[in-house]
Design a protein around this ligand. Structure first.
Ligand SMILES: N[C@@H](CCC(=O)N[C@@H](CS)C(=O)NCC(=O)O)C(=O)O
Length: 241
């Protein structure tokens, strides 16, 4: 893809100028994609710095104490970390279009769904581990149970997106994993998913692919599958991505 992932020995970029934004990211990281989706939804320009997560630059611990991505440098030495906090920060700083609803009850339900989703991420991570093919069937059924409340929420509101007529915060916060599930399905054609049980989520996925912010960061099934395969077998080389 020709992306330069900064690694050990690479110099630290100069501090970001006042009024500008820099996102420390990694092209394939779903958490970093959350921030990129929000930035795209808001139409906010930003500089992106990709980090080699296998061979991190020495200076990166001064940016993010846990040396994870994403981290958002907002000028004046301030850095925001944690994808949900970065996304909320951006939503407050750039209010248009708002990603949370004026309906506080709905926001509360969405925050609960986000918590439920957070608990599913470690289950999803099992699909990326070295013994993934053994785990895949069990994981799929745990995920199917976990996404039922999301199907129910779409049924309750009858809207195209969780946000309503437009994607909102919940849509963007869960999308990166939905995007990758398609690659995992292509990699495991023998595993049958109960997709017929989730008609609204299937329609949601198709609608999300039409959203301009999603289109700005979406990657192909093939690109995700190639990354996942290299990640699984340990052959990932950031200099060749
Ligand atoms: N809870 C964090 C998770 C971020 C995360 O785990 N990012 C991964 C890449 S997808 C990472 O930086 N891994 C490097 C490491 O853990 O050393 C968030 O929401 O921002």
């Amino acid at each position: 893809m020709g992306v330069k992932f900064l690694k050990k020995g690479d110099p630290q970029p100069p501090p970001v100028e006042a009024g500008k934004l820099r996102l420390y990211s990694m092209l394939y990281c779903p958490f970093a994609q959350r921030a990129r989706l929000v930035l795209a939804a808001k139409g906010v320009p930003f500089e992106m710095v990709d980090i080699n997560l296998k061979n991190k630059p020495e200076w990166y611990s001064a940016v993010h104490p846990e040396t994870k991505v994403p981290a958002l440098e907002v000028g004046g030495g301030e850095v925001v970390v944690e994808s949900l906090d970065v996304s909320d920060y951006l939503d407050r700083k750039f209010p248009e279009p708002p990603l949370w609803s004026v309906d506080q009850e709905k926001n509360l339900r969405h925050k609960q769904l986000l918590q439920t989703f957070g608990k599913m991420i470690p289950i999803y991570m099992k699909l990326l581990g070295p013994n993934a093919s053994q785990a895949v069937e069990d994981v799929v059924y745990s995920i199917a149970a976990g996404i039922q409340p999301f199907e129910n929420e779409l049924a309750k509101t009858g809207s195209k997106y969780f946000g309503g007529a437009r994607p909102g915060m919940l849509d963007y916060m869960i999308w990166p994993w939905a995007e990758r599930m398609e690659a995992l399905r292509a990699m495991h054609p023998d595993v049958k998913l109960p997709l017929q049980d989730f008609p609204r989520l299937m329609a949601w996925g198709a609608a999300m692919k039409q959203d301009p912010a999603v289109r700005a960061s979406i990657m192909s099934v093939e690109a995700h599958a190639a990354f996942i395969m290299k990640y699984r077998d340990g052959s990932l080389d950031y200099d060749k991505l």
